[in-house]
Design a protein around this ligand. Structure first.
Ligand SMILES: [Zn+2]
Ligand SMILES: [Zn+2]
Ligand SMILES: [Zn+2]
Ligand SMILES: [Zn+2]
Length: 458
């Protein structure tokens, strides 16, 4: 009778997926329970809604709640079988014929009372096996959770790297067209320079592409290793406590070590190649912009943070500005409706900055820092040691070397187009196509306030 009950209990505590005793049992909406790790793996590559692996009922919530009662029952069952294992003949100390009830934490072996007092073990940390089992299991589960997090991060990194690869190829192709058209406009006789420029860019583009492919392969390889490790940990978590206690330390160490070296994504970038006489030809239309309409806004809701998220995705931590930081945004009182103008803005090596033009409707828009319609800006955002360059309307990543000194802005109201230039490198950063805007626009500038004088144009 008693063994029937214990048999029935054992069955109830068995996971449908791995057919072992439940480890970290979680219960989903249909009422069925599984090991957390088993469910995580079984749902990993499926789309919402998830289905119960047992009854196939759809399950919307992805959150996995631990079933505390089941967890307690599992623990009681495992402790009972641990006691049984320990009291068996094979676990008796050979020299002293006593039951081994003590775990030597240093050497990960079981000892009897007399052995634990021996010269060899006297200096070691010891604890009763039953007490150690629960704590060690918790430590092991924490390790599994940490590893699982890294596996997810690795997945995201791979997706991101694949996305960057596509964006990069498009960028290099589009940039080639842009550079060619700039040369056509500028010096139809500079064919040789144009060809050299394009060739250099293509070479660089190809080189970066190869790096991206290698980086992706490294990440895929790492993903395989992490997954294998996870499977190993999972198998270990199902072992009886006697086995787990002796093998866990080594496994946790290997898992930790593996997580230390996660391959990082590549920040692709093209060098700012010079175009002879790029900015000189606009000296006669150069104007002085006085950015006299200034507003200050808190760092929380601003275009930099939104674009930082866009550039650096889930890794973004808003680390470049402390929480007390402020930003200044300013625009010129002059409104340009016709003609062609050129001005330069000095960035003085600031971290986050935006330069360009905007329509009045955008300035009036209360969502102006998250909605870019009517704002044509070149924006630089800093994240840790990385910088990212973007243009707005539409938001587009510019994989070109970041300008360090002055940015030249060419505004052509007749064609409705706008160009940004790296003045010291005599290099084109980006050119919006003709017809980009139809209304009048104002010069705009914004930057982080980092104790520097705010004097962008002179
Ligand atoms: Zn399971
Ligand atoms: Zn179910
Ligand atoms: Zn002994
Ligand atoms: Zn010892």
């Amino acid at each position: 009778m008693e063994s029937d009950i214990s048999q029935a209990f054992q069955e109830e505590l068995t996971c449908f997926i791995c057919l072992s005793c439940l480890t970290e049992p979680v219960t989903i909406s249909c009422g069925h329970s599984f090991c957390r790790a088993c469910l995580q793996l079984s749902w990993e590559d499926t789309q919402l809604p998830f289905h119960c692996p047992m009854c196939r009922e759809p399950c919307q919530q992805q959150e996995m709640r631990i079933n505390i009662v089941l967890k307690k029952l599992v623990s009681i069952a495992r402790q009972a079988s641990l006691m049984k294992d320990l009291s068996s003949e094979e676990h008796k100390c050979v020299s002293h014929k006593e039951t081994k009830r003590i775990l030597c934490v240093e050497s990960r072996i079981f000892l009897c009372q007399l052995c634990s007092n021996s010269h060899e073990h006297r200096g070691h940390k010891h604890c009763p096996i039953e007490a150690a089992a629960e704590d060690e299991m918790e430590r092991f589960l924490k390790q599994m959770a940490a590893l699982w997090e890294k596996i997810q991060k690795n997945r995201e990194d791979i997706e991101e790297e694949m996305g960057t690869k596509t964006l990069w190829m498009d960028y290099v192709t589009l940039r080639e067209e842009m550079i060619r058209s700039e040369y056509r406009e500028l010096h139809p006789f500079l064919c040789e320079e144009e060809e050299k420029h394009i060739e250099c860019m293509r070479k660089e583009g190809q080189c970066v592409l190869e790096k991206l492919i290698k980086s992706e392969a490294r990440m895929v390889q790492k993903g395989k290793e992490l997954r294998d490790m996870f499977q190993e940990l999972m198998a270990m978590s199902h072992e009886p406590y006697v086995v787990l206690l002796q093998g866990l330390d080594d496994m946790v160490r290997r898992s930790e070590l593996m997580q230390l070296s996660m391959p990082k994504g590549i920040q692709p970038e093209l060098s700012a190649l010079p175009i002879t006489g790029l900015t000189e030809r606009f000296k006669h239309i150069q104007v002085h912009i006085s950015f006299d309409q200034i507003i200050m806004f808190h760092y929380k809701m601003n275009l930099f943070n939104v674009l930082r998220k866009f550039s650096f995705g889930h890794h973004s931590k808003d680390t470049s500005v402390d929480s007390g930081g402020c930003y200044l945004a300013c625009w010129g009182s002059l409104n340009f409706i016709s003609g062609k103008y050129y001005w330069e803005v000095d960035l003085q090596g600031s971290g986050d900055w935006a330069v360009g033009v905007c329509e009045d409707s955008w300035l009036r828009n209360t969502n102006q820092m998250t909605d870019y319609e009517g704002a044509f800006l070149l924006v630089c955002v800093k994240e840790g040691n990385h910088y990212s360059l973007l243009t707005t309307s539409p938001v587009y990543r510019q994989y070109i070397e970041r300008p360090l000194g002055r940015v030249g802005v060419l505004l052509d109201c007749e064609d409705g187009c706008l160009s940004f230039m790296n003045v010291s490198k005599s290099s084109l950063i980006h050119k919006y196509p003709p017809g980009t805007f139809k209304n009048s626009v104002r010069p705009f500038f914004s930057s982080g306030l980092k104790g520097r004088t705010f004097n962008p144009a002179h």
